[in-house]
Write a protein that binds this ligand. Structure first.
Ligand code: SF4
Length: 371
């Protein structure tokens, strides 16, 4: 079934490491943007009238900071979705939030409008790390937000960053423990990336700041994996860990090659054989210009299937690759990987990456691609 992603590109302030499509905007811009989003949702089926695009089972409102959106705008967007799509009884509806921008009123409104999953950008519970990252909340603020959110939502995910200045293994694991004790069911632990054009990149270039080296980060990542496994969280994707039944169904669509539509600035979609990216500039987006579309041929589909399938528990389907003209059993590296326990061959035609090797998956993936 189709998944729907909606991008809300507004933030209260830009974090030091952030290269996402997010901006500090005034009310007028927010209003104009909401209007355009609704127009796009309302006109989607004119362009894609196929029956299979009428029913959806996952909705993800991401950003940016969707929890900054005034509630009347949020409600209008949800109404447009419900007017245009048949939402499956068994649906997942996630909204991304930041600790500083949630309130009882917002949580109650999200719940009333059908949201059933919250993804909270905690990043760290350590005040010095948060300050370094340029976040506008502190650790205690994040904890209070989760406690408040628990009164409304059972399915709560927290994002964390590995690699902030001042990171210590013990501190990181204590933070995880605290989140789990609060009842968090899903953790996304991402490695800090130094992106071009960010404040962080500038600080590091100027030598005014430094971050932990790669080895330290990998150690923390590996300890995180072990710690979370002991607490009953399984790693179902390189950076994602969940209690049973709490995996992100929407994100699994991205990794399994299912179809989804993206509405909003720089939002991505995958419909038919086409990858689509909306414009990443407001002026172009409002004029329906600057959209990027790419038709995937067999070669691209094979590469994507191997890359995405090995990143997560979905795995790689040999039969599907064969249909696309690639007999992966003839790949020279595959036999070695299986013999050495790097790749696990399933009972059916599936291949899985041994989760122990998620941290070094790039080399393995490259070796398994067709020549
Ligand atoms: S809150 Fe998220 S999207 Fe907004 S600036 Fe910070 S990292 Fe970027």
């Amino acid at each position: 079934m189709l998944g729907v992603y909606i991008h809300i590109p507004f933030c209260q302030r830009k974090c030091n490491y952030c290269a996402f499509s997010s901006f500090v905007c005034d009310e007028k811009e927010v209003e104009r943007y909401t209007q355009k989003l609704i127009e796009d949702i309302n006109s989607f089926h004119n362009k894609y009238p196929q029956d299979r695009y009428k029913k959806v089972d996952t909705i993800f409102i991401g950003g940016g900071t969707p929890s900054l959106l005034p509630l009347n705008h949020f409600e209008k967007i949800v109404k447009a979705l419900k007017d245009n799509f048949d939402v499956s009884d068994d649906y997942e509806f996630t909204i991304e939030c930041n600790p500083n921008s949630l309130s009882e009123e917002k949580l109650s409104c999200y719940k009333k409008n059908g949201a059933n999953r919250l993804s909270i950008g905690v990043q760290s519970l350590d005040d010095d790390e948060l300050k370094f990252a340029g976040r506008i909340h502190d650790g205690e603020g994040a904890i209070k937000t989760i406690e408040m959110a628990k009164n409304y939502f059972d399915n709560i995910s927290c994002d964390l960053l590995i690699g902030l200045k001042g990171m210590k293994k013990s501190k990181f694991l204590n933070g995880l423990d605290r989140l789990i004790s609060l009842g968090v069911k899903h953790i996304s632990a991402y490695m800090l990336q130094i992106e071009k054009g960010t404040v962080l990149e500038k600080m590091l270039k100027e030598g005014t700041e430094s971050v932990p080296d790669e080895e330290e980060c990998i150690e923390v990542y590996e300890e995180t994996t072990k710690f979370l496994a002991e607490k009953g969280f399984s790693r179902y994707e390189v950076s994602n860990f969940a209690k049973e039944g709490y995996e992100s169904r929407h994100n699994l669509k991205y990794w399994s090659g299912e179809e989804y539509v993206g509405f909003g600035l720089s939002a991505h979609g995958f419909l038919g054989d086409q990858r689509i990216a909306c414009a990443d500039r407001f002026d172009l987006y409002y004029k329906d210009e600057g959209m990027y579309c790419e038709n995937l041929g067999n070669k691209e589909k094979i590469e994507e299937h191997i890359m995405l399938g090995l990143r997560c528990k979905i795995g790689v389907d040999k039969k599907y690759l064969m249909q696309l003209g690639y007999d992966i059993d003839k790949n020279n590296s595959l036999k070695d990987f299986i013999e050495n326990g790097v790749i696990i061959s399933g009972n059916d035609s599936k291949l899985f990456l041994n989760p122990q090797f998620y941290g070094v998956n790039n080399f393995i993936i490259t070796s398994l691609l067709p020549d």
